[in-house]
Design a binder for this molecule. Structure first.
Ligand code: NAP
Length: 294
């Protein structure tokens, strides 16, 4: 790859004011001595014309690659020429890649989550010796789809706790996986499980509601469980703080954000992503925008 190339990258979403992605990707471009820019494209979900126009810019090579976040992860799918098998099975696109004048939709959330989960387990010396690895996912929205897909692919049995069980059952059915089942998001049903891993895939605990926890109040964490909270703002969520207080290993989703971004960046640029630089840029940008509690 020529270092003189000017890379135009960006993120399609809506109300993107707090996104860490520009800081992360612009730091990556700079670290590789590449010129270019990663911009935010905030598009009203009702404005399909602007979405089509933006994708045409990618087709013409005016933009080299895009990330996609809510509410457009599904909206963009019919506008693309092809999907990777992962994006097709998850049913959502978070990365758009240009191949000549064709647009390919990929999903790097699942791989990003799994990669960071493995790092987390390695850092905490967690080694699951059992063949029956049990995970409990709280929530059944877009992020849960990628997480359930990733865990099922990696051989986990997955229980999905949702306040809308019909939506969760649809998620399992559309993913076409056998090793997942749905429970009500109630203390009684959660208490009946003994998962090795609990993943928060709800927005509960996210800034500015940083004092909230998705875990039922007073319910003891299962012995031997580890907790992965997809929420990363605030940098230490209430759920992670509660877990740490009783010596349960727990981590926020900042690493997943970095890893999904690193995987996308690598496909656009064709070089190894500078992960450490990207992580530091995210942490710095997050610290700059996090306000004290209360
Ligand atoms: P989403 O599509 O809106 O889904 C949210 C899910 O949480 C839904 O099942 C929703 O249930 C449930 N939920 C919302 N509020 C709840 C509450 N008070 N109690 C119980 N359940 C509740 O959102 P998403 O895109 O999946 O994102 C979820 C979280 O993950 C967000 O905080 C997001 O920032 C984070 N995330 C992080 C990463 C990362 O890289 N770390 C990536 C993606 C997402 P209903 O359908 O009943 O409302």
């Amino acid at each position: 790859m020529s270092s003189k190339r000017d890379y135009q990258l960006g993120l399609i979403g809506w109300k993107l004011g707090h996104s860490l992605s520009p800081a992360m990707h612009n730091a990556a471009l700079e670290a590789l001595a590449l010129t270019g820019d990663y911009r935010l494209y905030s598009i009203d979900p009702a404005d399909s014309g602007s979405l089509v126009d933006l994708l045409d810019k990618v087709r013409r090579g005016e933009i080299d690659g895009l990330n996609v976040t809510i509410p457009h992860k599904q909206n963009v799918m019919p506008l693309l020429d092809a999907l990777t098998p992962t994006a097709e099975q998850i049913g959502a696109v978070n990365t758009i890649i240009r191949d000549k004048d064709k647009l390919l939709g990929d999903n790097t959330d699942a791989a990003g989550f799994l990669y960071d989960l493995e790092n987390f387990f390695a850092a905490e010396n967690i080694e699951l010796l059992t063949k029956e690895k049990e995970a409990l996912i709280l929530g059944a929205g877009g992020a849960a789809r990628a997480v359930v897909y990733a865990l099922a692919q990696a051989g986990w049995n997955v229980a999905i706790a949702a306040r809308r069980v019909v939506q969760a059952a649809e998620l399992v059915e559309s993913l076409g996986i056998g090793n997942a089942h749905v429970i009500d998001l109630t203390e009684q049903e959660i208490a009946a499980l003994s998962p090795h891993l609990i993943v928060n895939a709800t927005p509960v605990g996210m800034f500015p509601q940083g004092d909230a926890s998705p875990w039922p109040e007073g319910l003891v964490f299962p012995a031997g469980a580890a907790i992965y909270d997809l929420v990363y703002n605030p940098p230490i969520t209430q759920l992670v703080a509660e877990a740490h207080a009783v010596n349960i290993p727990a981590i926020t989703g900042l690493g997943m954000l970095v890893e999904q971004g690193a995987a996308a960046f690598q496909t656009w640029i064709g070089q190894e992503s500078p992960r450490t630089v990207m992580r530091v840029a995210c942490k710095t940008a997050l610290a700059a925008q996090t306000y004290p509690k209360g």
